[in-house]
Design a protein around this ligand. Sequence first.
Ligand code: SF4
Ligand code: SF4
Length: 412
Amino acid sequence: MYSQPAAGLEGTPRGDEAQALLRNCVHCGFCLPACPTYRITGNELDSPRGRIYLIKQMVEGAETTATTRFHLDRCLTCRACERACPSGVEYGRLIDLGRELVEERVPRALPQRALRLGLAASLSRPRLFGALLRIGQAVGSWLPASLQARIPPRSARRLRGPATRHARRVVLLEGCVQPGLKPGINAATERVLDRLGISVERVAGEQCCGALGHHLGHTERALDQARRNVDSCCAALDAGAEAIVSSASACGLMVKDYARLLAGDPDRATQARRVSEATRDLAEVIPPDELARAGLRRGRGLSVAWQAPCTLQHGQHIRGRVEVLLEAAGHTLTPTSEPTMCCGSAGTYSLLQPELSSELRRRKLAALSGGNPQVIATANIGCLEHLQVTSPVPVRHWIELIADALDDAPNR
Ligand code: SF4
Ligand code: SF4
């Protein structure tokens, strides 16, 4: 798709990037059936191709209206369209660029701005989020039912795994909301890695990875968080950590993207590349054959429906890995349909677009329930929290299912 950036963008890094990204789209429409929002609304402007047209218009200087913003806001950034596109269009980069432009050109009303700022601030600060969570637990019965369903009971507390020191060490990114909502996930991570001879350490001063702010269009704030994480992670790598590990696929994807996001920052570009290259999703650091050697076939053997988060399968391109690990731990995978479809969580999307998000959850749970699983497993705290609101069976992080099986196995 040819585009001619308008004066003001022409010849700038942003204008050049937009032109290069738009050039690959040949309007074929193969991406449309893969797009969750298009499948629900049937509106071309809620499809990848329609949104690419809207972005092209903005790049070329056409009037940008609230309608443009409305349809870009409804994109989940799930990137299922990238996987379906035969021309290799990097839609995720295009929508980021489109959101930046629309935020600059169509200011939101004050209540909307306040809501988005409030979400970014409260969800990206673990201490503030923890305090809000405790308040929510205290006044739970006064809250709307939809919010109550997302608040864990007060007994949930921060759990620590084993303190064993092994020669192999990795940095575990704790995340912002995960330690408060599901402290058992990071504890399970530590137990499993300890069993495999890997110690876990935290980085001092870990910030939010920046994904929340980034997708809300708060680019500078997100980059600032990225810079601070780059500094902390480089110090840990200098001290001998072999990798930076995330048990939340959305955070891992963001950190893997630091190299690109900070490529133009002369003070951080090299370090950001180092951090991105050292970052692994948890599934990438656990060898299935070592699990098998650990005697995990004596595990509980649940029937599990696997829900691959978009950030894992479309963003990080990790496919089939967790399934192998679950089976190596003695669990049985149940058949599911629509494996590439987003569950509707998508960061703050479930709060900002509740109707579309709820409909996607309904469809996803139906697709996951076909084989009557005992439990649904996923790899991202956002998907987990979103699905469990109406799921008929428990929704857990896959590492917890591995850890449970491991706890039942003899320690070799
Ligand atoms: S499939 Fe790719 S090339 Fe075709 S319309 Fe969609 S984004 Fe453009
Ligand atoms: S990222 Fe997801 S919701 Fe957005 S256009 Fe692509 S497929 Fe549709």
